[in-house]
Ligand binder design. Structure first.
Ligand code: ATP
Length: 352
């Protein structure tokens, strides 16, 4: 049985429904990210799991127990917020001890648990500091230790990295993931940063206007987006509107070129389909394999360090493609004709 389940969850604020029939089963020890733009309902779902918000309808259950009617402090959940939210007048030690003191744990137990937590986040040497004497990244690690100290059954992280600068964000997300794995704690992480979600999660829920557009592993979400929204939100995919020219042979027109795809399109001749193409999928190399060829003129080419991103004009339709930077290759020049080869499965038809 799944550990954390959300069944037919709905949420309205007054007349406005912000979560629509949300369903999900999360396994024990899984790391799940809710990914989506501002206002899509990620935080509201997290707050309903925590008990800060009631559900308008549906059931949230943890370890087989319906959480309806339970107050936040009765749910045994740890939470970390975007703003560090440490108690400014308490030392690091007292911040981490807070939940254990509230639970009236014996002094010796509190002492050893806090020490254990501070070791886990590599801040055992700063136990006597106050929050104002620490960096943002250190404060957020203390917030994590404080959330984990009472041994919660679920950890909820609401954009915990977004107030930090880019470098710390990457190192702290790796640290969070490593600690989460070490403890085996079921974790739900909210973010609007697709790279963060792709790098840290077992599974990602891509949220769109109060609904889950797609739930899947990072590679499923990136390589096989099911909707136009997922394709456009995750990664820098090309989204191309193409016309069905021969439904019987799955043939579509991209720019001025005819292309036959692998799977049935489910559309009639003359209808439009959206095709998603990853920029790194096509290759201009002589040796590249692929049944599908698309030829265009180079409209622009940008050196981005490890890759060169080039825009091709396929007769009115633009297509970006990436090549790894290699001292042996010369970047395409504007106006040059380039033929890219693709495997049939690289062209993904997505729902609108
Ligand atoms: P963000 O990343 O900006 O926090 P989000 O995806 O987490 O966005 P939510 O905070 O869950 O989005 O908000 C979803 C919708 O619900 C928004 O339209 C928001 O304005 C609305 N909303 C959230 N809380 C309340 C509230 N207490 N009263 C009324 N509307 C609310």
């Amino acid at each position: 049985m799944s550990f954390l389940t959300l069944t037919h969850i709905k949420k309205s604020f007054g007349p406005i429904q912000v979560v629509h029939d949300f369903n999900m089963s999360i396994e024990k020890g899984e790391f799940i990210s809710f990914l989506g733009p501002s206002g899509c309902g990620k935080t509201t779902i997290l707050r309903m799991i925590a008990g800060f918000e009631t559900t308008t309808d549906g059931v949230i259950s943890i370890a087989g127990k319906d959480q309806n009617g339970l107050k936040p402090n009765q749910r045994n959940i740890g939470m970390v917020f975007q703003a560090y939210a440490l108690f400014p007048n308490m030392t690091v030690f007292d911040n981490v001890a807070f939940g254990l003191k509230i639970a009236k744990k014996p002094k010796a137990e509190i002492e050893s648990r806090v020490k254990e937590m501070l070791k886990l986040i590599h801040l055992d040497h700063l136990a006597d500091r106050y929050p104002y004497q620490m960096s943002g990244g250190q404060q957020q690690r203390v917030a994590l230790a404080r959330a984990l100290a009472p041994k919660p059954q679920v950890l909820l992280l609401d954009e915990p990295l977004s107030a930090l600068d880019a470098k710390i964000r990457v190192s702290l997300r790796e640290e969070i993931r490593q600690i989460q794995r070490q403890l085996g704690i079921t974790t739900v992480f909210v973010t609007h940063d697709q790279e963060e979600a792709l790098s840290i999660s077992d599974r990602i829920v891509v949220m769109n206007a109060g609904r889950a557009d797609q739930i899947g592993s990072p590679s499923e979400i990136y390589n096989h987006p099911q909707t136009r929204f997922v394709a456009s939100f995750v990664g820098t995919l090309n989204l191309i509107d193409a016309k069905v020219t021969d439904a019987a042979s799955n043939t579509i027109q991209i720019g001025d070129q005819q292309v036959s795809l692998k799977k049935p399109l489910g559309k009639a001749n003359g209808e439009t389909v959206t095709v998603a193409l990853r920029p790194e999928a096509g290759s201009p190399a002589e040796s590249a394999k692929g049944d599908i060829r698309l030829t265009g003129k180079v409209a622009s080419s940008h050196f981005l360090g490890s890759i060169i991103r080039t825009k091709l004009d396929l007769g009115g339709t633009m297509l970006s493609f990436d090549m790894f930077n290699d001292p042996g290759i010369s970047p395409p020049t504007i106006g040059e004709a380039v033929t890219l080869k693709f495997a049939k499965e690289d062209l993904m038809v997505v729902a609108d």
